[in-house]
Each structure stands twice: as structure tokens, then as C-alpha cells.
Design a protein around this ligand. Structure first.
Ligand code: CP
Ligand code: NVA
Length: 304
């Protein structure tokens, strides 16, 4: 197996590497003591241009559990390209640290960081992708349903970062994914093409629709915020574009779907009702916990 050098997007993985990462994530989750020294002596910079709860804490605590050290650079210090160029930032971080975890506005910033630093860069969310989220989601689906090739997931909402990484993840895993978005909120054409190319090799099935009814019979349904960090839309416009796609227990019953997934943060009463989010059908906290295990597997593959 060729080894991973970075994780800017799931496009960098092949199906075998994805399977190995998921297997390692499960092992790290089940036998944490075996990995206590996996990152001994390693330092990781965590650079965030946008807010975060799950990503920041799961990386920080995860790195500590693997015996490594993390340095958090907040939005002020992380105002990339302001005080010094992104490339200078990357070159300097490489003087002291072994890897960079970065949450950025633009995917191109990650590419600049990777090229200038020469050390592994992990995408902690960009405009285009959220690979760490999708890895945790695949782990959650595997734990819940077993063989991913027999799973159908529906994604409902804005076809951007989380949706894109789920498309690539599903394609790599040979899973079925139905992507349901309002008109003009569909996934990026290039990402769709890449996911379809991968799907043709693995037997995955990707379907695009604007109709919630297309989710019928999926094992789980996934939603995300209507307006992503850095985007803006007034409340009336959000309701007009996305209102018909709100998920509730009644909608899941109608669609014959047993489980809800959400990357969080959730906007209760918008993309999902509180009663569904807090119900037995909700996998959201399992997803959140699995962020750490999936990311630890990535860190071990890259650095140990
Ligand atoms: N799901 C996720 O990435 O959460 P945060 O924005 O809180 O990190
Ligand atoms: N699409 C969302 C995901 C948050 C984890 C955003 O980019 O804000």
C-alpha cells in the first residue's frame, strides 16, 4: 500500500487505504492503551481561521491521548496572508512542528501550506471538503450497519464541504449515497465527476436529486447547516430555499429511515427538529466521538 502523505481531501486515498484507516480507527477506539506513545515527541500545529468545537477539541485531546503535543493558533494568529504570507507561515511552522491541522476558508490555502511547509497537512474543513468528518461518519455507519457496500445513506442540504467529502467517502467505500439539495445548491461539478469516476471503480452508487422523497428506504439520512461558516443568507431566504428539506421524526417515518446523522453544530428548528436530534434515531454524538478516533488513525498513519 502506498503511504499517505497528507489529507487535504479524501481524493488522496484509494479504497484500500480507506479500509485500513477505518480499521485502525476502530482499533484505536477499542484499545487506546496500545497507542499511548504513537505520537511521542511529535508536535502538531492546529491552525483555525474559523470557529470550531468538535474539530478543535477532538484533535487536541486525541493528540494528547497518542502522546503528542498540540499548539493551537486561533483566528487572530491564524489570519493567514495578513501578517505574513501563507507560504511564510508554513515554512516557519515546519521549523518546529511535525504536521499542520488547518481549518481554512479556501482549499488553496491548504495547498499552499502543504507545498511551503513540506510536512503533512490535514484538512480540518475548508470551503470544499471536510474529510475528517466523512471518515468519522463512515466509521459510525460501519459500526451501526456493518458492510458499507450494503448501506444507502441520503444527504439532504447544501451540497458543499461535508456533502463533497461524503460523496468521495461513499465512492471509495462502495456505498450508495443519494444527494438531495435545493436547486442551485448542488455539489461542485468537478467533485461530482471525481466521485463518479471513483464510484465506477468500486461499485458505489451516487444519485442526485432535488426531492426529499428520493431518500426513501435509505438506512440513514444526513443533514448539515443551511448556511455554512463564511456564507450568509437572510432568514426568509433560507426558509424559502431549504424549508421543504427540514428533517423531523415524521419525515423519517414517512421515508422509512431509521437513523439521523448530522456533522453538528445543529440549528434546532431549521435543518432538523429538536425532537429528532434528541431522539433514539440520532447518531450525532457517536459521530462526534468518532471524530477523535478517525483523526487519530490519520495522525498515526501520517506520523507514527
Ligand atoms: N463537525 C464539526 O466540524 O464541528 P466543529 O465546527 O465544531 O469543529
Ligand atoms: N458545512 C458546515 C459544516 C460545519 C462543520 C460549514 O462549513 O459551516
Amino acid at each position: 500500500m502506498t503511504s499517505m502523505h497528507q489529507l487535504l481531501s479524501l481524493q488522496e486515498l484509494n479504497p484500500e487505504q480507506l479500509q485500513q484507516l477505518l480499521q485502525l480507527a476502530l482499533q484505536v477506539k477499542q484499545q487506546p492503551a496500545a497507542y499511548q506513545q504513537a505520537l511521542a515527541g511529535k508536535s502538531i500545529a492546529m491552525l483555525f481561521e474559523k470557529p470550531s468545537l468538535r474539530t478543535r477539541v477532538s484533535f487536541d485531546v486525541g493528540i494528547q491521548k497518542l502522546g503528542g503535543h498540540s499548539v493551537y493558533l486561533d483566528q487572530q494568529n491564524g489570519d493567514l496572508g495578513g501578517r505574513e504570507t501563507v507560504e511564510d507561515f508554513g515554512r516557519n511552522l515546519a521549523c518546529w512542528t511535525d504536521a499542520i491541522v488547518a481549518r481554512v476558508y479556501r482549499q488553496s490555502t491548504l495547498e499552499k501550506l502543504a507545498a511551503s511547509s513540506g510536512i503533512p497537512v490535514i484538512n480540518a474543513l475548508s470551503d470544499l471538503y471536510h474529510p475528517c468528518q466523512a471518515l468519522a461518519d463512515l466509521l459510525t455507519l460501519q459500526e451501526t450497519f456493518g458492510d458499507l457496500r450494503k448501506v444507502q445513506l441520503a444527504f439532504v442540504g447544501d451540497g458543499n464541504n461535508v456533502c463533497h467529502s461524503l460523496m468521495l467517502g461513499a465512492a471509495l467505500a462502495g456505498m450508495s449515497l443519494v444527494v438531495i439539495t435545493p436547486p442551485n445548491h448542488g455539489p461542485d461539478g468537478h467533485v461530482l465527476q471525481q466521485a463518479q469516476l471513483l464510484a465506477a471503480k468500486t461499485g458505489a452508487k451516487l444519485t442526485l436529486s432535488h426531492h426529499l422523497s428520493e431518500a426513501h428506504g435509505s438506512q440513514a439520512i444526513y443533514t448539515d447547516t443551511w448556511v455554512s461558516m463564511g456564507d450568509s443568507m437572510d432568514a426568509a431566504e433560507q426558509q424559502q430555499r431549504f424549508g421543504a428539506y427540514q428533517l423531523s421524526s415524521e419525515v423519517l417515518a414517512r421515508l422509512d429511515i431509521g437513523y439521523l446523522m448530522h456533522c453538528l453544530p445543529a440549528h434546532r428548528g431549521q435543518e432538523v427538529t429538536s425532537e429528532l436530534l434528541d431522539s433514539q434515531a440520532s447518531l450525532v454524538l457517536q459521530q462526534a466521538e468518532n471524530r477523535m478516533h478517525a483523526q487519530n488513525a490519520v495522525l498515526i498513519q501520517l506520523l507514527a
